[in-house]
Every structure is written in structure tokens, then in C-alpha cells.
Design a protein around this ligand. Structure first.
Ligand SMILES: Nc1ncnc2c1ncn2[C@@H]1O[C@H](COP(=O)(O)OP(=O)(O)O)[C@@H](O)[C@H]1O
Ligand SMILES: [Mg+2]
Length: 253
């Protein structure tokens, strides 16, 4: 069975896409077969892997609505073992188009039968809408990136309530893989405070790896590269490598 991880936080700009791509890269480097599903109409994961989202014949949207087969839409990337199910702005219509379906929360899950990846990472949009519910229904694990900033905790209880609802209804097996602090600045007391707050709430679910604010992480997507290819010796790279080791340990134990 695949480890299907939804990378989720309804806030934008907290590091979901950065975490998805870089953990996926290190999982592939560790020899796992990995699929990234770009479930955000902004399609940053797609362009971050050097795919031109304006030149796609088929996308996740076509797979969801059975206009194309998963295997025909999945693409390989520059990294061996790393694949992507790309998206573009078409996906914005999916939420509306899904509503009329009788099993509207299970469309993504049903699209993923008969695949054999070791890991599937779903890069969720910054909302708790139907796309995110589909991701939560398809996943067996969730990973929550939390930005080390003043309002970090705000919205988290709403997020957890949403996850709990999905667990009770659609997907009892969904478990919290962990919470990772992103854009951490060890020079500020604010970052330290947020870390302590998060640890109080989530205990040992908080990963030891903390992702620092690091310019190399921010610039990598503009080259269509993961941090592993852009600058593997950077602080950001080392942090994502460490996080991936923890992800594998928790998932595979
Ligand atoms: N650790 C980090 N250090 C510096 N910049 C980062 C870091 N993580 C993400 N960013 C940048 O912050 C912005 C938001 O990150 P992103 O991963 O796209 O968040 P989300 O997917 O949650 O919206 C992007 O421009 C990204 O390059
Ligand atoms: Mg994103």
C-alpha cells in the first residue's frame, strides 16, 4: 500500500509546496518511487518541477473527470523516481464540477486505484474546500507545515476539526504524520515562541527537523529545481533531508 500524504494547511504561503517538492525529491533520492499530485489550481508544484503549465495537454483535472488515464498524465521529472501529476488553472473549475457528483468527496481517491508508487504527496490548495476534502479522503497520512510567525496557531484548530470530520465520515484511517515548522528564524525570539507553542499543542507529532528561512529554498523553483538539485549543501537542503528521514521513519515503521 502506498503512503499517501496530504500536505495541508488552509493558509497560503506557509511552505506546503516547498515542503511537498523537497520531501518528494529526497524520498526519490532514497530510492522510493514518488508521485507528487498538484492539487492546487495555482500549480506551483507543476512549475516548480520545470513543467510549463501553459503547455499541458492533460492535467489532474482530466484524470478526476475520467477524460484521461492517470498513467497517461503522470510525467517523469529530472530526478529519477520522482513523478508529477501536473495541474494548471483548469483545476479551479474542479470544485464546482465536482459538486454534482454523487461521490464528490471520493473522486481523487477513486482516480488513484491501481497505482504502485511507494509515496504519493498531495500538494493541497490554501483552502478547506472540496479539493482539500478529496485529498484528505484519498490520503492515509497528513503533514502540516506551520510557518513560524505570530499567527501560526490561528486556523489550526479549524484545520484539525476538518480533519476530524473527514476521519469520522470518509476516512477513519487518516492519521497525522506530523507537523513541521517552516521559515524558522533562530535569531528571533518569535520563532522560538512559536516553536514552543506548537510543541505544547502537538507534542511528539512535531518533527525534530525545523526548516529555516533560506533564500536558496525560495529561489530553487524559479529554476524548476528542487533544493537537492539547486544547492544540496544549503541549510534548507539539509533541513529537508533531515525531515524526509523522519517522514520515512514514521511512515515505514
Ligand atoms: N524555508 C523557506 N525559506 C525561504 N523562503 C521560503 C521557504 N519556504 C517557502 N518559501 C517561499 O515562500 C513562498 C511560499 O511558500 P510555498 O511553499 O509556495 O507555500 P504554500 O504552498 O503553502 O502557499 C514561496 O515563494 C516560497 O519559495
Ligand atoms: Mg502552494
Amino acid at each position: 500500500m502506498s503512503h499517501i500524504i496530504a500536505v495541508i494547511n488552509q493558509k497560503g504561503g506557509v511552505g506546503k509546496t516547498t515542503t511537498t517538492l523537497n520531501v518528494a525529491a529526497y524520498l526519490a533520492k532514497a530510492g522510493r518511487s514518488v508521485l507528487v499530485i498538484d492539487a492546487d489550481p495555482q500549480a506551483n508544484a507543476t512549475s516548480g518541477l520545470q513543467i510549463n503549465k501553459h503547455e499541458l495537454d492533460h492535467t489532474l483535472y482530466d484524470v478526476l473527470f475520467q477524460r484521461a488515464k492517470l498513467t497517461d498524465v503522470v510525467r517523469t521529472t529530472n530526478l529519477e523516481g520522482l513523478h508529477i501529476l501536473p495541474s494548471n488553472a483548469d483545476l479551479a473549475a474542479a470544485e464546482i464540477d465536482m459538486v454534482s457528483s454523487s461521490s464528490r468527496e471520493l473522486i481523487l481517491k477513486n482516480s488513484l486505484t491501481n497505482q504502485s508508487f511507494d509515496y504519493i504527496l498531495i500538494d493541497c490548495p490554501p483552502a478547506l474546500g472540496l479539493l482539500t476534502v478529496n485529498a484528505l479522503a484519498a490520503a492515509n497520512k497528513i503533514l502540516i507545515p506551520v510557518q513560524a510567525e505570530y499567527y501560526a496557531l490561528e486556523g489550526l484548530s479549524q484545520l484539525l476539526a476538518g480533519v476530524q470530520q473527514v476521519r469520522e465520515g470518509l476516512n477513519p484511517d487518516l492519521m497525522l504524520l506530523g507537523v513541521v515548522l517552516t521559515m524558522y528564524d533562530s535569531r528571533t525570539s518569535l520563532s522560538t515562541q512559536v516553536k514552543e507553542e506548537i510543541q505544547k499543542h502537538f507534542g511528539d507529532k512535531v518533527f525534530d527537523a525545523v526548516i529555516p528561512r533560506n533564500v536558496r529554498l525560495a529561489e530553487a523553483p524559479s529554476y524548476g529545481k528542487t533544493i537537492l538539485e539547486h544547492d544540496k549543501w544549503s541549510k534548507g537542503a539539509r533541513a529537508y533531508k533531515h525531515l524526509t528521514q523522519e517522514v520515512m521513519k514514521r511512515a515505514e515503521q
